[in-house]
Each structure stands twice: as structure tokens, then as C-alpha cells.
Design a protein around this ligand. Structure first.
Ligand SMILES: NC(=O)C1=CN([C@@H]2O[C@H](COP(=O)(O)OP(=O)(O)OC[C@H]3O[C@@H](n4cnc5c(N)ncnc54)[C@H](OP(=O)(O)O)[C@@H]3O)[C@@H](O)[C@H]2O)C=CC1
Ligand SMILES: O=C(CO)COP(=O)(O)O
Length: 326
């Protein structure tokens, strides 16, 4: 199996920048692609990306706006927002070498198609090998070299293990698995649930409610996961419960921070991508198609769409019939 000497990170937001840093630390030759040429030139000369302030890019990371050039790397990490992954992979596919691993690093589900990230890669780049990287890891922590552990999934175990070897280092510890769908479900669902928990904290409902919502959120994430064939160890692992704990407990999470602002009745944080917002309606549609109940996620979807006020949604959760815990 190839040693994956060269890595391209597609998408120079906070996460893409952190991942470029990770790959360089792991000894790869790294190219970071930004869609805007001026943005790419500015990052290349200042070694600083305003999307991840305070982090200095290693001198050997090349920054480009040439997607054809970036697509020729031996391993590709796609770190654009989930709803833009298909558009980028459509172009990447016309330049990439056959059987190149394309690792989705976004967390979400595509609008309209209900496709998970690796399904989009399989459709848009049929000769590539799709994989997914997810887990509890804030870009800022990762880029600063604080200890983090994540999950990397690919259908082929030997490949998943090789990708982990190529990206891992003392402070960035990927675990590998073949449960691709399980990893995707955890990352997509936790963002929506973090908005719910942020709302409850913003409304000052207390630490007990925060724990209850996080736990009942995990119950619904797990129900959907089981319905879609995820393994239980994935759901309770880093990319499931692990990421849920992180994002439901820290205002560093943009999804939690969005919920906090909504709960407090404050303006939403400007310029901060909260993927749970675009995932919520798709997640609900997906759950309905599987006859899976996701009341916490439904409450978030109805608040975000304006179908319900925060207080009505909370009261809806509090007046649900009592039931057995599962
Ligand atoms: N931040 C984090 O801690 C983590 C984020 N993630 C996930 O990574 C994904 C990206 O998040 P993050 O990097 O934080 O977000 P940011 O908002 O920081 O960056 C998004 C990046 O995507 C680019 N982009 C936006 N639209 C397009 C498009 N149509 N085509 C190509 N590129 C586009 C933006 O370009 P431009 O700058 O030109 O607008 C920007 O570089 C999300 O799915 C998120 O859930 C996962 C783990 C951790
Ligand atoms: O996915 C993340 C941490 O694992 C980042 O969370 P936010 O997108 O909510 O900031």
C-alpha cells in the first residue's frame, strides 16, 4: 500500500487549516487549497488564516487555489461545509488519480438527496476510495497540538489503518474502523443535538437538564444509528458519544454557541458555520423515513424553521408521555 507521501486538504477554513497542520506534523508533504486566489495568496505569505486566528502555518505547507494541482495528491481530505462537498468532489474527480482515498472531513447530510458524505464521494468520484474522519476535535485544539483522538473509517480495514498511520502523531490520535456509516451518523447528529443543549443552557434550564438532554440526545442518535446499520461500539465511541459530549458541553462549539445565543434571545454569532442548522431538517426527514423518533432533534428543527418558539418546543418535550428508558 502507498505510503501517502503527499496530502491535499481541500477547503481552507478552520478545520482544513488544522488538518493541514496535522498532516504536516505527521511528516506528509502538504498542500492546502483555498477557493479564493487572494485568500490563498494571503495565507501563503502571512502563514496565518483569519478563519483560524493565532495559528501559524508551518513553512513547508503549500497553499494554492489551483484545484487541479491539489487533486493530484496521494490522499485528499475534503474540509468544505457538508452542503458543498459534492460540488468540490465533482471537480476533484476530473483531476485525481484513480483509486485515490478521498476522506470526507465535514459532518452533515446532503439536502435533497439525504446522502452521507462518503455516499456523495462514491457518486461524484466513482474511481476514488471514500473514507470519513470524525470525532471530538476542535480545529483550534488540533492546530495547537493539544491531545485529540478521532475516528477514521473506510470500508477496507487495511486502507483505514494505512490512512491512520499516515495522519497520526503524538497529539492527533486517529482510531480506525470499517463502520463508515456509524461514524457519519454520529458526526451529523451531534451537531443538531448540540444546538438543543446550547438552547437549554442559554435558557438557564440548569446542569441537570443539560445532562438529561445530552443523554436523551444520545438515545435518539443511537436509535437512528441502529436503524441505519451502525455498530454499537461506533455509536458509543469517539465519533458518536465522544463528539456529542464535546459539543454539548463547550461554547467553543459553534453549534452549542448558536443554541446559547438562541436560548438567550441574542443575535446569532456572525460568520460562524453551525452545520447542525443545515443538517436538522434532513436528519428529521431521514429519521421519519426509518420510523425513528428523534424528539430533541425535531424540537431543534422546528425552532430553526420558525415553526415553533423555543418555549413551545421545550414545553413539547416536557409534556411527552412517560416511557421506558432505552
Ligand atoms: N471547526 C472545527 O472545529 C471542526 C469542523 N468540522 C467540520 O468541518 C467542516 C468545515 O468546517 P470549518 O472549516 O470549521 O468551517 P469554516 O467556516 O471555518 O470554513 C469553511 C471553508 O469552506 C470553504 N467553502 C465554503 N463554501 C465553499 C464552496 N462552495 N466550495 C468550496 N469551498 C467552500 C470556505 O471558503 P471561504 O473561506 O472562501 O469562504 C472555508 O474555507 C464542517 O462540516 C464542520 O462540521 C469538523 C471537525 C472540527
Ligand atoms: O465537530 C466539532 C468538534 O468535534 C466542531 O464542532 P462545532 O462545529 O460545533 O464547532
Amino acid at each position: 500500500m502507498t505510503a501517502f507521501r503527499s496530502v491535499a486538504v481541500i477547503g481552507a477554513g478552520a478545520w482544513g487549516t488544522a488538518l493541514a497542520t496535522v498532516a504536516a506534523r505527521a511528516g506528509r508533504s502538504v498542500m492546502l487549497w483555498a477557493r479564493n486566489a487572494d485568500h490563498a495568496a494571503r495565507i501563503a505569505s502571512t502563514r496565518d488564516n483569519p478563519r483560524l486566528p493565532g495559528v501559524r502555518l508551518a513553512p513547508d505547507i503549500l497553499v494554492t487555489s489551483d484545484l487541479a494541482e491539489a487533486s493530484r495528491a496521494e490522499m485528499l481530505l475534503i474540509a468544505t461545509p457538508a452542503q458543498h462537498l459534492r460540488g468540490v468532489v465533482n471537480i476533484v474527480a476530473t483531476h485525481a488519480t484513480a483509486a485515490v482515498p478521498i476522506i470526507a472531513c465535514a459532518k452533515g447530510v446532503e439536502h435533497g438527496t439525504h446522502r452521507f458524505m462518503t455516499e456523495i464521494i462514491a457518486e461524484a468520484a466513482p474511481h476514488a476510495i471514500p473514507a470519513i474522519l470524525s470525532g471530538p476535535s476542535f480545529a483550534d485544539d488540533v492546530a495547537r497540538g493539544l491531545p485529540t483522538a478521532v475516528t477514521l473509517a473506510a470500508k477496507d480495514e487495511a486502507l483505514a489503518s494505512a490512512l491512520v498511520q499516515a495522519l497520526g502523531s503524538a497529539t492527533f490520535r486517529p482510531y480506525h474502523t470499517t463502520d463508515v456509516r456509524g461514524v457519519e451518523i454520529g458526526g451529523a447528529a451531534k451537531n443538531v443535538l448540540a444546538i438543543a443543549v446550547g438552547i437549554s443552557v442559554g435558557r438557564k434550564l440548569g446542569a441537570s437538564a443539560q445532562a438529561a438532554l445530552t443523554t436523551r440526545g444520545f438515545a435518539e442518535l443511537s436509535r437512528l444509528g441502529r436503524a441505519l446499520g451502525a455498530r454499537s461500539e461506533t455509536l458509543t465511541g469517539l465519533s458518536g458519544l465522544g463528539d456529542l459530549i464535546l459539543t454539548c458541553s463547550s461554547p467553543q462549539s459553534r453549534n452549542f454557541a448558536l443554541g446559547l445565543a438562541l436560548g438567550r434571545g441574542e443575535p446569532r454569532p456572525a460568520g460562524k458555520l453551525a452545520e447542525g442548522e443545515s443538517t436538522a431538517p434532513v436528519l428529521i426527514e431521514l429519521a421519519a423515513s426509518q420510523n425513528v423518533e428523534m424528539p430533541v432533534s425535531e424540537a431543534v428543527a422546528s425552532i430553526l424553521s420558525g415553526r415553533s418558539t423555543i418555549d413551545a418546543a421545550i414545553s413539547g418535550l416536557l409534556t411527552r408521555p412517560f416511557k421506558a428508558e432505552e
